[in-house]
Design a binder for this molecule. Structure first.
Ligand SMILES: *Cc1c(COP(=O)(O)O)cnc(C)c1O
Length: 356
């Protein structure tokens, strides 16, 4: 148990009054959670404070060598007014795996979940009540040593900030166009693909920007060695329904193990679908598309929950998926998962955790 000291703000900010003010990750709440790590002392001084900027030395390790990890999760307002989290223990566990890869000291699951719950509790009034909105939770750790030598830092800061958010995609649940990236790669065996770290994103921005310029919402990454097998999309895992079966990349080191991915696989199996986690060649996806067997394609992630794909372009070849509208299975998954998250359907899985 962390002994969290709480200092509340004297001047609360104006909360958004309109759904359209929300967007994603633009507005932050009144408070944040912070604790520090020092070698020899461990994690110390857990506290909730008014939201404030950090003062950083220009030689701070994270600014030069990107020793940083993060998480992304949400708090949901249910119909009875209570607030709940979705599988926070999964985020805690993944945070530990990311920490291990980046040489960052781990935070125990109980402490991580306690910190998230307490800071959300303090800013509970910020969890929006408009349908399909939520409070986005961003825990992160960065290296705080001062000096330009390349070593694991001896000092770290763990922080949690909160952002009331609307729908992640401007287009909403409207199916999106995806560009299959055939030049740049996101991950390769032995690298950091499975870790949620800022460095992965820094390396992915160029491909994303190029795809956006020519009218695509996201890029689909192929494996880093042969550029032959599908891996994931931007900040989402991706699934393909071909001839009745669901295919998705295995999480064996190069793909981020999404909590949404894992939950959807469980639901699909419950519903009797065969789910194949393994190598799926992009050439086979395109072939299935041209033969009319590519029934549905969708991304999965906390931000969007499920994001239907209507078109894939790979090396100049384009396939349309279904009739361009959201597929029935994609819709059912969206309705079920969001139903559990916002408490509209009973959670028989024990996935939700009340904040109170
Ligand atoms: C966070 C993330 C996902 C999705 O994970 P969820 O736990 O479902 O939100 C997928 N891919 C990448 C690269 C990510 O950073």
């Amino acid at each position: 148990m962390l002994d969290i000291k709480v200092t509340k703000t004297d001047c609360p900010k104006q909360k958004p009054t309109d759904k359209d003010q929300l967007g994603f990750g633009k507005i932050f709440t009144d408070h944040m959670f912070v604790m520090e790590y020092d070698e020899g002392q461990g994690w110390h001084d857990p506290r909730i404070e008014p939201y404030h900027p950090f003062a950083m030395d220009p030689a701070c390790v994270v600014l030069h060598y990107a020793q940083e990890i993060f998480e992304g999760m949400k708090a949901y307002r249910t119909a009875d007014g209570s607030v709940q989290l979705f599988r926070p223990d999964c985020n805690a566990k993944r945070f530990q795996d990311s920490a291990d890869r980046l040489c960052i000291p781990k935070i125990p699951t109980e402490d991580f979940v306690q910190a998230v719950r307490e800071v959300v509790k303090v800013d509970e009034d910020w969890v929006p009540t408009f349908p399909d909105t939520s409070l986005y939770i961003r825990p992160f750790v960065f290296a705080n040593d001062v000096g330009l030598g390349v070593h694991a830092s001896k000092k770290y800061t763990f922080c949690i900030i909160l952002s009331p958010s609307g729908a992640y995609y401007k287009e909403g649940l409207k199916p999106v166009r995806i560009y299959v990236e055939d030049e740049y790669i996101r991950a390769a065996p032995g690298l950091t693909g499975f870790a949620k770290c800022g460095g992965n994103y820094a390396a992915s921005i160029k491909a994303g920007e190029q795809a956006e310029k020519i009218g695509y919402s996201q890029v689909l990454w192929l494996d880093g060695i042969e550029k032959k097998y599908v891996e994931e999309v931007g900040s989402m895992n991706i699934m393909f329904k071909i001839d009745g079966k669901i295919y998705t990349a295995a999480t064996t080191g190069t793909v981020l193990p999404g909590v949404t991915r894992r939950s959807i696989i469980e639901l699909l199996k419950d519903w009797g679908y065969e789910v194949v986690e393994g190598k799926l060649a992009i050439a086979d996806v395109m072939k299935a598309g041209h033969e009319g067997k590519l029934e549905e394609v969708f991304g999965t992630g906390t931000a969007a929950v499920v994001s239907p794909v209507k078109e894939l372009t790979w090396t100049g070849d384009t396939v349309q998926i279904g009739d361009g509208n959201i597929g029935p299975l994609t819709q059912k998954l969206y309705d079920t998962l969001t139903g559990i998250q916002w408490g509209r359907i009973e959670d028989t899985k024990g996935w939700t955790v009340k904040v109170q």
